[in-house]
Design a protein around this ligand. Structure first.
Ligand code: GLY
Length: 375
């Protein structure tokens, strides 16, 4: 498989490369040695590397990454976190900061985030704050992190009051997406990635959307070429969005939250882990499309085409619901709420969307209609 390079071109910060291919971990150390990322960081021999991984991923890929970096003359240490969302905590961050300080981790050291979204978020967060910031290289090993969270520089930890409430926008120096690491990914995690790919395709363009419609069965069968193409298309889309609105301040990057307002409410009300993030986001996309039909003229053809795409990707309609009032309250607590108004990314059509403030009554009516349609 050829290696594809996508550049995230930024105006006020250094641009960086996302490499997508196979067996990339083996050559990562050598690649970094001669890449821009290293030139910018003025690397000397024996540069310190801290690999942060988790208890699921480390047994599979830590040793190959360590060898790759050691062969490129990095001095390598690692920290393996317990797998799971609980590791995105201030306690975990403190443990890592303390370990870095105790080993005199230097400012020109590099943090390597080896894992899925949780590892990427916590590793990015500690790297962006330790000594006011050291460089991070993202090595996503889940489909969701390859197509979304490893690119764009969002880092974060959770508080009791909600997910990702503390974090930074800190772009990585490099992203290494080696699709062979997906071979060990559990089914549930594949579905999460498919939902984010579908989200990207709907927001992006007819070209991406209809490619995905045609490729859905290849993806479900995990055809390697189709998977690599889906990762590439999603990264190209995300790179363009991030280039135009790096810190989500211009109302463009918010398009990446399509399906997430209702999706997060489902996850919260059903209890985290009851449904995968992907199932919740897919249901959020269905909800937003129907809201769009009422508010921004989204056509029934679009609603149907999106439903069919999600079905084809194994993201069938969720027949679960909580009381509409409970779902509404969960949406009102979401961090996307500004001055009390709920903001939804509503698709007008494939490749065309609007950020709309929707009043409580309208949202409640749609939640009630959804509940009725399920009974
Ligand atoms: N995952 C949404 C974003 O990166 O903005």
């Amino acid at each position: 498989m050829p290696i594809t390079k996508v550049v995230v071109n930024l105006v006020d910060e250094p641009s960086y490369e996302v490499r997508i291919g196979k067996s990339l971990l083996e050559g990562l150390g050598a690649h970094l040695q001669k890449s821009n990322a290293n030139q910018q960081a003025n690397q000397q021999a024996n540069q310190q590397a801290l690999i942060i991984s988790d208890s699921n991923v480390a047994p599979l890929y830590l040793s190959v990454l360590k060898q790759s970096l050691a062969a490129a003359k990095y001095r390598v240490v690692d920290i393996v976190l317990p797998a799971g969302e609980a590791s995105k905590s201030i306690d975990c961050a403190t443990e890592i900061w303390e370990a870095m300080a105790n080993t005199k981790f230097p400012r020109d050291g590099k943090v390597f985030a080896l894992g899925g979204g949780v590892v990427g978020d916590i590793a990015g967060f500690v790297a962006s704050t330790y000594m006011r910031g050291v460089g991070v290289i993202q090595i996503p090993t889940s489909l969701l992190s390859m197509v979304d969270s490893s690119v764009g520089g969002k880092t974060g930890i959770n508080l009791g009051a909600g997910k990702n409430l503390v974090g930074t926008f800190t772009q990585p120096l490099h992203v290494c997406a080696s699709v062979d690491t997906l071979e060990t990914l559990p089914d549930k995690e594949w579905v999460c990635g498919f939902a984010e790919i579908a989200k990207s395709a709907v927001i992006d363009s007819d070209e991406f959307f209809f490619w995905l419609v045609d490729s859905a069965s290849s993806l479900v069968n995990r055809d390697e070429a189709a998977v690599a193409e889906a990762v590439t298309r999603s990264v190209v889309f995300k790179a363009n969005v991030v280039a135009r609105d790096t810190k989500e301040g211009k109302g463009i990057r918010e398009c990446l939250n399509y399906g997430h307002t209702f999706g997060h409410a489902i996850e919260l009300c059903a209890g985290y882990g009851t449904f995968s993030h992907g199932q919740a986001v897919a249901e959020g996309m269905r909800f937003a499309a129907r809201l769009g039909a009422a508010l921004v003229g989204t056509s029934p053809d679009f609603v149907q085409a999106q439903d069919e795409l999600l079905d084809a990707l194994g993201l069938e309609t969720l027949t679960w619901t909580a009381a509409p009032e409970e779902l509404l309250a969960a949406m009102q607590g979401d961090k996307k709420v500004r001055q009390g108004a709920m903001r939804f990314v509503l698709p007008r059509d494939v490749g065309s969307w609007e950020l709309v403030e929707v009043d409580t009554e309208t949202v409640l009516e749609h939640l009630q209609a959804r509940e009725k349609s399920l009974t």
